[in-house]
Design a protein. Structure first.
Length: 188
């Protein structure tokens, strides 16, 4: 007895690219919001010179490629992040002069605290209250009306956040891929 085999091709559903792109966009926006919070944490107690932190996300057309950028506007943030003076790669130690010599005031001497406590510390993205302490150091020179400031030790917020979020980032991207598969109608 002769037999035959009926072959019926199984054609998969067409991808729902619009839904996939939408899931990708929502995923990257979610990731971007978390990263912005990470960068806001070290500056949360800053009253002056607080940087402006924004996230920019983009899903490129024609491909499922994403771009997440964290924009930080604020010179002081970068001084504290990168360091200045003896510790900074871009800055040298600098002189601080009494106001009469800079034209900013009529003060002939510098007055500053010797008990200063910074709001942030190297190796941490936490921000505390810090303190200036009492004003108890006065400098008034005839030949040199100022002091040499050694600079700021780098806090490296960007490096710490990168290290903290590296494995988290990979897990988030896997989650986004799952959400895209579900949105496309092809999730197992």
């Amino acid at each position: 007895m002769a037999g035959f085999v009926l072959i019926k091709p199984i054609k998969p559903k067409k991808l729902n690219e619009a839904a996939m792109r939408n899931a990708l966009r929502h995923g990257e926006e979610r990731v971007g919001r978390v990263l912005v919070k990470d960068f806001e944490e070290p500056v949360s107690t800053w009253e002056k010179e607080k940087p402006e932190i924004k996230v920019h996300t983009q899903v490129r057309k024609g491909a499922f490629a994403v771009s997440i950028e964290i924009e930080i506007k604020g010179e002081v943030f970068w001084w504290v992040n990168d360091g200045t003076g003896l510790w900074g790669p871009k800055h040298k130690s600098y002189e601080i002069w009494a106001g009469i010599y800079t034209g900013k005031s009529d003060k002939k001497a510098l007055a500053f605290s010797s008990a200063f406590s910074p709001k942030t510390n190297p190796g941490s993205t936490k921000s505390g209250g810090g303190s200036r302490g009492p004003v108890n150091v006065f400098v008034a020179y005839v030949d040199k009306p100022g002091v040499s400031h050694p600079g700021i030790k780098p806090r490296d917020f960007t490096g710490q956040i990168r290290k903290k979020r590296e494995s988290w980032w990979k897990n988030q991207m896997l989650q986004v891929l799952r959400e895209m598969a579900k949105a496309s109608g092809h999730q197992k």
